[in-house]
Design a protein. Structure first.
Length: 250
């Protein structure tokens, strides 16, 4: 399991394939998504990477938060999130994860906060059918009907579907296909809808119910200290090849 990323929802559009078919996609922007800290088994009881994205003015955060970012030598971030990973999948602190962390064709799970709808009735909130249009029903055509029995059970059960606050909850949409990635502009296009409004913060991670493609970089694709893109496996495999070339030249 690799680390995910923090992104911002830009909006929806469509992409045309070579066959002329259009695919509805949601565009996500990944900008300055950096590793702020590590969670270790000895100190915290679990292993995870803490990521931050966005920008905040130092004067608008607490002294404790400023100290936390100062230790990592990272600019203050607006959005923070943690991703549980194994120890071999930890990304160095201060590294900036790029959008080619995901490859075209793979599936991802996207978590966001849905748009708030305010107070809604049972028909809108839970898709109730409502009461009859006639035969004695007057005024209360959109009511939910009975919420409990009389003597038996004598109460309304907990978690009964009723009118109330709708939306503004955390939702995860699974198995969205990555259609396009733009490294220069930091954009990811995923097929389908993503929860939340335009500009909202979301988290993107590898799909739990789909196999990770072999082409996906491990532990991830990131830039370290502005020195360009670094991919874990590619960096490890390149060293023996360089040594062999030097020996042949000697």
């Amino acid at each position: 399991m690799r680390s995910g990323v923090i992104a911002q929802k830009v909006g929806m559009t469509r992409i045309f394939t070579d066959a002329g078919e259009h695919v509805p996609v949601t565009v996500l922007k990944v900008e300055s998504c950096q590793v702020v800290a590590h969670r270790t088994l000895d100190k915290n009881g679990y292993v995870a990477v803490q990521l931050g994205a966005g920008q905040r003015k130092p004067k608008n955060i607490t002294r404790a938060e400023r100290g936390h970012f100062a230790v990592s030598q990272v600019e203050p971030k607006r959005k923070m999130a943690e991703f549980r990973v194994p120890e071999e999948a930890l990304i160095p602190v201060g590294a900036e994860i790029t959008v080619d962390h995901f490859v075209v064709g793979q599936y991802v799970d996207v978590t966001g906060t849905t748009i708030g709808k305010g107070f809604a009735g049972g028909m809108k909130r839970h898709n109730f059918g409502g009461l009859r249009a006639t035969h004695g029903v007057s005024i209360s055509h959109r009511s939910i009907g009975s919420t409990g029995g009389r003597q038996d059970p004598g109460k309304t059960f907990k978690n009964k579907k009723m009118p109330g606050h709708m939306g503004d909850v955390t939702v995860t949409t699974q198995n969205l296909k990555v259609v396009m990635t733009d490294v220069e502009r930091g954009l990811i296009a995923v097929e389908g809808a993503v929860p939340g409004h335009a500009g909202g913060w979301i988290t993107v991670r590898d799909a739990v119910k789909k196999r990770l493609p072999e082409a996906a970089p491990k532990p991830g694709a990131f830039k370290l200290n502005g020195a360009g893109e670094v991919v874990g496996e590619a960096q490890t495999d390149a060293a023996p090849a360089a040594e062999a070339t030097n020996e042949e030249g000697a």
